[in-house]
Write a protein that binds this ligand. Structure first.
Ligand SMILES: [Zn+2]
Length: 753
């Protein structure tokens, strides 16, 4: 027993030494921070229980250090402490119990709770209100002098108080905070990396650390680092009584503080807030790895003192690890209903945040390449909230040379046709609309609840029908016959009767439901409802899409010779040419209501140095495109990208033939006639703007029930603009066009005749 413990202590020490080396010296960690914390915690516990086995060179005996040789050192005015960890609520209870034993009987402890930011600790000194020095935590006693770099972080005040009305700053104030990337800024940074063809950054905190430790502060300034301040290390100002007061003071001086700091009368109250924080974790703008619980009363916290390098008055409550490392064993490939390829990592099973994970998303092959993930790699896997676990990146330091590259296959694993990667897309696609896997996925979606809801058509039945070549696409469902079904294994008379009956019922689903079931990118039930409000039948949608496609083709035929001759030597000209090549998303929405298209284009396309004659030809062709696009673009709630998706879908030859088969088989493709409450607004087009007394949807229904139509933008064709409180530019526009602007009362009077 004793020697088991001794062995384990030696083992843990040896592992931790190795990880510390890889982390601090080689900057190539082999395990995640959470895994490191676990090992350290186990060692600390064993050493506390069996102090006789603790070795002098134990990793628990040394303070972590971020010191590097590139910077001069700054001594901190007081030791910059770290925090002990609690991994569950029982650790918190034990922590309070230990503290209460050290304090006079009957002491009540209140607490503040703050998020534990996953960044880099920083100590900043202000002298007479000016930012004088900034240092990393270093070894807790002294840190790297990164003053010049810290000055580039915009959220940090260079002078305090930021608002002169907040009074005077202490002559000397030393604060402690955390430097980090907001999630959005880190994503943007990686997008820039990708655009430049450089490898993606994997770990936000390591990247923040690297950004702060640039030798040239101009490099630091280029990164969008953020800082939050949460403690006062030393101050020449009047002493503060509590942590709560500290946060208020920091905020008044103009420091960035986390807004969500909360105070609790006792531990029980604070514990109730833990789950809420954990649930919000993913929606926060920054990464957190837990919460910090601090005894609010600073006098009591001082009395509790320090054990080792940890103050007794504060503790880090760690969330269950969301990341772990494991081995990437293989990659499986899925093909979705749009043909998109999805590579999935097959992993050595690993326990993450309470769940065993054995497969994880690899997003797409471009990402795999950017991150240089190889088969056989040790990889970091993240699982957060309800999101499918995904591979964050590899740990290159753990490679032994046997790892192999992961590349997309040349051909679809299901239909063997060559795969394609559309220009500008990160994903690879199987472009074969009859690919059995694509058809299978599309069928599964089509018959599912919420879509056509065809009972008795589970994935197994679908696979059997595809395998027997009874269906090639969704339309074939509606012409299924009893006899060939009966010939299939496991299909008895009753089963076949039920299936045919539910297929027959599905033919009568609403037009909006049919549209939803088609699985068009971005078209769920809400958008389908918008479409059926504006298009009475499928044929109208098909005609509109075809007319737009034809007008686009005509437009590009008109602009091609003009562009070939146009000036294109500056970036503005290039931008304008790129816009002209995407008229449906880049021109039509912006110019749909233009009163003088010719004049607007003359101004917009100035950089291209076109002749008046050329502008007139472009303008005429664009007017035609706008005219045929109008029915889709005026629908409030349909953005340009969605409109483009809809046009793509309904102008595609394969989709059109499938829809024609469905129509022939008797599937409903018409909107139901709406029973009108009145006709006071018959034929009127109305735009709503500003803050109205009722939700928009209510007024929209009222208008539609009385024969009117609501659109999103004001044009000559608008009959009324209904303006609520603080209306925007739509009112100005209406006034310019002479469109009557009315209030809600006037609208109701129109409704009532
Ligand atoms: Zn395929």
């Amino acid at each position: 027993m004793a020697s088991d413990i001794q062995t384990r202590i030696a083992e843990l020490s040896q592992q931790l030494h190795q990880h510390i080396y890889h982390y601090h010296v080689r900057s190539e960690p082999l395990i995640t921070d959470a895994e490191y914390d676990r090992l350290l915690q186990e060692l600390q516990t064993l050493e506390a229980e069996h102090p006789q086995y603790r070795r002098d060179d134990s990793p628990t005996q040394r303070v972590g250090s971020d010191l590097s040789g590139d910077f001069s050192k700054l001594r901190h005015p007081a030791p910059i402490l770290s925090l002990a960890n609690a991994f569950d609520e029982s650790d918190l209870l034990a922590w309070e119990e230990r503290n209460l034993r050290l304090l006079p009987a009957g002491t009540q402890l209140s607490y503040i709770l703050q998020p534990k930011l996953d960044g880099l600790s920083i100590v900043i000194t202000y002298e007479n209100g000016s930012l004088a020095r900034a240092a990393t935590r270093g070894n807790g006693e002294a840190g790297d002098d990164v003053t010049a770099n810290v000055r580039t972080i915009r959220s940090l005040p260079l002078r305090i108080p930021v608002e002169p009305s907040s009074g005077d700053a202490p002559d000397r104030l030393v604060v402690r905070g955390e430097i980090l990337f907001h999630k959005a800024d880190f994503l943007a940074l990686n997008e820039e990396q990708a655009a430049a063809g450089s490898p993606a950054y994997i770990n936000a905190r390591n990247t923040a650390s690297g950004s702060l430790k640039q030798k040239d502060s101009r490099e630091t300034a280029k990164r969008k680092l953020t800082a939050y301040i949460y403690a006062i290390v030393d101050s020449a100002g009047p002493p503060l009584a509590s942590e709560w007061e500290t946060v208020q003071t920091l905020q008044e001086l103009g420091f960035p503080v986390v807004n969500d700091t909360a105070r609790f009368a006792n531990l029980a109250e604070a514990r109730k807030a833990l789950a809420d924080w954990e649930a919000r974790r993913d929606s926060l703008p920054f990464e957190i790895d837990g919460l910090v619980l601090k005894v609010d009363d600073l006098a009591l916290a001082r009395e509790l003192g320090v054990v080792g390098k940890d103050p007794r008055g504060a503790i880090a409550y760690k969330f269950p690890a969301e990341e772990a490392t494991t081995t990437l064993r293989g990659v499986t490939i899925g093909v979705g209903r749009t043909g998109k390829l999805t590579p999935t990592a097959q992993l050595e099973p690993v326990f993450i945040g309470g769940v065993t994970v054995s497969s994880a998303s690899l997003h797409n092959y471009d990402q795999v390449k950017a991150l240089d993930i190889r088969l056989g790699d040790r990889v970091i896997v993240k699982r957060s909230g309800d999101v499918i676990p995904y591979v964050v990146g590899p740990m290159p330091a753990a490679r032994d040379g046997s790892e192999t590259a992961i590349t997309p296959p040349a051909r679809c694993p299901f239909c063997a046709l060559p795969l394609v990667q559309p220009k500008g897309a990160v994903d690879w696609f199987c472009g074969n609309a009859s690919c059995p896997e694509r058809v299978g996925r599309a069928l599964e979606f089509f018959v599912s609840r919420g879509a056509m809801d065809i009972e008795g058509m589970g994935p197994q039945t679908i696979n059997a029908l595809i395998a027997a070549r009874l269906i090639d696409d969704i339309a074939d469902i509606f012409t299924l016959q009893g006899e060939p079904l009966l010939a299939l294994e496991g299909f008895a008379q009753k089963k076949v009767d039920n299936l045919l009956k539910s297929i027959d019922t599905a033919k009568g689903r609403s037009f909006a439901q049919v549209l939803t079931s088609l699985g068009i990118d971005g078209v769920g039930s809400t958008v389908a409802g918008l479409l059926t409000d504006n298009f009475a039948a499928m044929q109208e949608l098909l005609d509109t899409a075809n007319a737009i496609r034809a007008a686009e083709a005509e437009f590009s035929r008109v602009i091609r010779p003009i562009m070939a001759a146009a000036a294109s030597d500056d970036s503005e000209a290039e931008r304008q040419i790129a816009r002209l090549q995407q008229p449906t998303t880049e021109l039509v929405p912006q110019l749909i209501d233009a009163s003088d298209l010719n004049q607007r284009l003359t101004r917009r396309l100035k950089a291209l140095l076109l002749s008046a004659n050329d502008i007139a030809r472009i303008s005429q062709s664009l007017a035609n495109l706008i005219g045929v696009s109008r029915p889709l673009h005026v629908i409030e709630g349909l953005g340009p990208v969605l409109v483009a998706n809809i046009v793509d879908f309904f102008s595609d030859a394969h989709n059109r033939s499938v829809l024609a088969k469905m129509l022939a088989a008797g599937v409903n493709m018409r909107a139901e006639e709406k029973a009108l409450a009145g006709d006071g607004l018959a034929g009127k087009t109305i735009v709503l703007t500003g803050t109205l007394s009722q939700p928009r949807g209510v007024l929209k229904s009222l208008i539609e029930a009385n024969g009117g139509k609501v659109t999103g933008s004001v044009s000559k064709r608008t009959n009324y603009v209904v303006a609520g409180e603080s209306p925007g530019s739509k009112v100005e526009k209406a006034a310019g066009l002479g469109v009557p602007i009315i209030d809600e009362d006037a609208l109701r009077m129109l409704v009532n005749g």
